[in-house]
Design a protein around this ligand. Structure first.
Ligand SMILES: [Zn+2]
Ligand SMILES: [Zn+2]
Length: 454
């Protein structure tokens, strides 16, 4: 596919899948990575950076004494760099989940440069494609390609396809984003090495410790923290809002990523400034943005209507309940049972223990001796209508008894039941039921048909 075609005006077709399948059909990916072409398919620039960071960090830990002042500073600086990514790159620029004043924007742009993850514009473009084409080949860190691919592999190997189109025109016009893009290399050097070396050096005379722990080791942790949002957050945990795609919610991921671990919520409601909706759930990025609002540095924090959020949760709960419901065996529907006349019922019950309750004929052969109230009461009503007796005339049976009785249905008495859904013919276990929309429609059509027939 030509570059021009990839940059074509946004296709706003309602079905992303259609767009994705069309692009996949009409464009050719790079050939698969094999042992033969492996070296030429590596992104050597990224390989070099990540290798240097890993090796130097390990060497630094082994060979450099860690002073407590430097340790505290490194942790503090880790939080600053991570906030540059989570509160800045991600929630402010990629998702526009709040407005930030110029001071906060410059702070986040500079702090984010210390995380060495590309400029705001490049990062946000990839991330918007990740949200728009989640789990497809147009998602730059497609979780379906495996844990290590979306954690780090996608940076080490040249992408097989260009990410799907994503609009970043708003960022092209942003003064701070443009400034960071222009001075990105200088900002990296200053924020990644100069600052974390200079502060421990001037503060307590530990330039080497500052460079190793505040610079390299901190960067190693910042990298893997962010990488976990693309890997762990798509693998570990539950999907309480929607299970269509791979994003998941888990506290461990949240702990590793400054609160970005409630990723199932985030993919459903990406413009919400929160990842974790409850105030007490671990999401330091959300707390930071809230604090900035209180200080007058941020405004217009976006929150999805709670009513809509709860709809998503309810849908997933109903889905789980529907699955549990489907695993149980239910009574036969009246439409599937033979319709028997009163005379035939009486005649057949002389040979076989049949009992009539609420218009249904039940085979109680296997139950007579197990009846908690004694066999006598059942025998007394064989071949008769036991509805009144069953519903309190002799004994007001429990819900469990109603449910069990319904399982013994073998026929419907001609003219014996009404069409109402909430009458005695419906056992308690079915008075509340989880039905798919299609099932409701089917039921409605059946009822209409019956009414027409009547
Ligand atoms: Zn994601
Ligand atoms: Zn996002």
């Amino acid at each position: 596919m030509s570059r021009k075609a990839a940059e074509a005006p946004l296709d706003d077709s309602p079905e992303v899948d259609n767009y994705v399948s069309r692009v996949l059909k009409t464009t050719k990916p790079l050939p698969p990575v094999t042992r033969e072409n492996f070296l030429s398919e590596l992104n050597w620039f990224n390989v070099a950076i990540l290798t240097v960071v890993h090796i130097t960090s390990v060497a630094g830990i082994c060979c450099t004494k860690l002073r407590w002042e430097t340790a505290l500073f490194s942790v503090f600086y880790y939080y600053i760099s991570c906030l540059g990514i989570t509160a800045g790159y991600h929630r402010l620029w990629a998702h526009r989940s709040y407005n930030a004043g110029e001071f906060l924007q410059y702070f986040l742009a500079v702090a984010g440069a210390g995380a060495v993850q590309g400029s705001i514009k490049w990062w946000s473009r990839g991330h918007r494609a990740h949200h728009r084409y989640t789990d497809t080949e147009l998602d730059p860190y497609n979780a379906r390609e495996g844990f290590w691919w979306c954690h780090i592999g996608w940076m080490l190997i040249k992408p097989r396809r260009k990410p799907g189109v994503a609009d970043v025109s708003d960022l092209s016009q942003n003064k701070v984003v443009r400034w960071q893009h222009r001075y990105y290399l200088i900002l990296i050097l200053v924020m990644t090495f100069a600052v974390p070396t200079a502060i421990p050096w001037l503060g307590w005379g530990d330039a080497l410790g500052g460079c190793m722990y505040g610079g390299f080791v901190r960067l190693l942790f910042v990298h893997h923290s962010t990488f976990c949002v693309n890997s762990l957050a798509h693998w570990l945990g539950d999907a309480p809002f929607d299970d269509k795609h791979t994003p998941r919610d888990h506290l461990i991921t949240a702990l590793c990523t400054l609160g970005e671990g409630h990723h199932n919520f985030h993919h459903q409601f990406p413009m919400d400034y929160r990842n974790a909706i409850k105030w007490y759930q671990y999401d330091p990025t959300k707390w930071f943005i809230r604090a900035c609002e209180k200080l007058g540095l941020a405004s217009h924090l976006k929150v999805f209507p709670d009513n809509e959020v709860r709809k998503g949760q309810l849908t997933m709960e109903l889905k789980r309940m529907h699955e549990a419901q489907e695993k149980l065996v239910w009574p036969q529907d009246s439409n599937d049972l033979p319709v028997i006349s009163w005379a035939s019922y009486v005649e057949q019950s002389a040979e076989w223990p049949l009992i009539l309750v609420a218009g249904f004929i039940h085979d109680v052969a296997s139950f007579i001796d197990e009846h908690p109230g004694g066999a006598r009461y059942i025998n007394k009503y064989l071949g008769k209508d036991a509805t009144t007796a069953f519903f309190g005339g002799i004994y007001g049976h429990s819900n469990a008894a109603h449910n069990l009785l319904a399982m013994k249905r073998v026929g419907v008495l001609h003219g014996g039941i009404q069409l109402a859904v909430d009458d005695k013919a419906v056992p308690p276990s079915q008075r509340l039921t989880v039905a798919r929309y299609a099932e409701l429609l089917e039921h409605h059509v059946l009822r209409v048909d019956k009414e027409v027939l009547v």
